[in-house]
Design a protein around this ligand. Structure first.
Ligand code: HEC
Length: 99
């Protein structure tokens, strides 16, 4: 019984873990401009911190860039490369990082 319960728990957690890993992997391409794990180190170049921002905000902004609703210098180009699921995974991952 206990083993069944643990197996069910593991199954329930698997999608969340998979999304977390996918989010982190995808977000590695953003680090050069948004900092490692979305954090800005004072005195070093990365510009706009994303760590700890609400995932809703990040996902909404990404979709706005992608769909041409928010003017941008670079993000409208970058955002075009990602599906909704990928955007959600990155947004969730950034939201979970410490500021
Ligand atoms: C080449 C540098 C660069 C890269 C790479 C980059 N960004 Fe950006 N990002 C910017 C700049 C610059 C802005 C400000 C908007 C603009 O001018 O494009 C921005 C803005 C944003 C914002 C809006 C923040 C806010 O609070 O309004 C989000 C969200 C974002 N980027 C997410 C991402 C994600 C996710 C990735 C990786 C897939 C990424 N960015 C990759 C430069 C970059």
């Amino acid at each position: 019984m206990r083993a069944v319960f643990i197996a069910a728990l593991a199954l329930a957690a698997a999608p969340a873990i998979a999304q977390d890993v996918q989010g982190r992997n995808l977000a590695s391409g953003c680090a050069i401009c948004h900092g490692t794990e979305g954090r800005v180190v004072p005195g070093k170049s990365p510009l706009i911190p994303l760590a700890g921002l609400p995932s809703d905000h990040i996902a909404t902004q990404m979709r706005a860039f992608r769909d041409g609703k928010r003017p941008a210098t670079v993000m409208h180009q970058i955002a075009k490369g990602y599906t909704d699921a990928e955007i959600n995974a990155m947004a969730a991952w950034y939201a979970a990082q410490k500021r």
